[in-house]
Design a protein around this ligand. Sequence first.
Ligand code: CA
Length: 227
Amino acid sequence: MAQVLLIEDDPAIRSALIRGLTERGHAVDSAAAALPGLESAVTNRPDLVVLDLGLPDLDGTTILRMLRGASRVPVIVATARDDEAEIVAVLDAGADDYLVKPFSAAQLDARIRAVLRRSGDTAADQAVVVGGLRVDPRSREASLDGIALDLTPREFSLLHYLAARAGRVVSKRELLTEVWQLPYGGADKTVDVHLSWLRRKLGETAQEPRYLHALRGVGVRISAPQG
Ligand code: CA
């Protein structure tokens, strides 16, 4: 999903996070110290930087100021201590969010997605149009052929997630982790139930789909009706 630069000197933490983020679909570059990390941030232009505050060569606020001098890339800092003064200092120095160690790759992934949503990558804010379906994430309104759809917040999120990926098959696992932010396992009935509610609100049936196409055992795809 995102190109992430991880600056972390502890090899065990670094490899665990690289593995965990890669499993969640991110492309991860890493550096073991501040200076190579800064160089990579400038050269490789990642979507987001995860910065350990306890690095051998420079302290966290110095790194952040140097980074902010060169780039507006969103930064999540990882700190070993729940030290309020230090956290405030790095947020003031331009960090977007922070996590206190130890944290899991799943937690970090959730923060990465939240920061990227907030950082105003405007493509994510644009209304999505698929055939007669229009989904506007800013107002959280959706309509079909000009008529407003009465959706619950979850149905809206589900519809928006699928519509933003129109034509692509999205797995239930991806929906659970991205829309519900739940780990996969057993809960895929939840997805089925919400899909059937959404289908009803779109005025179609599983037997005669127009927009919402379920692919048994694979996932679901939104696409505009043919003809
Ligand atoms: Ca460290």
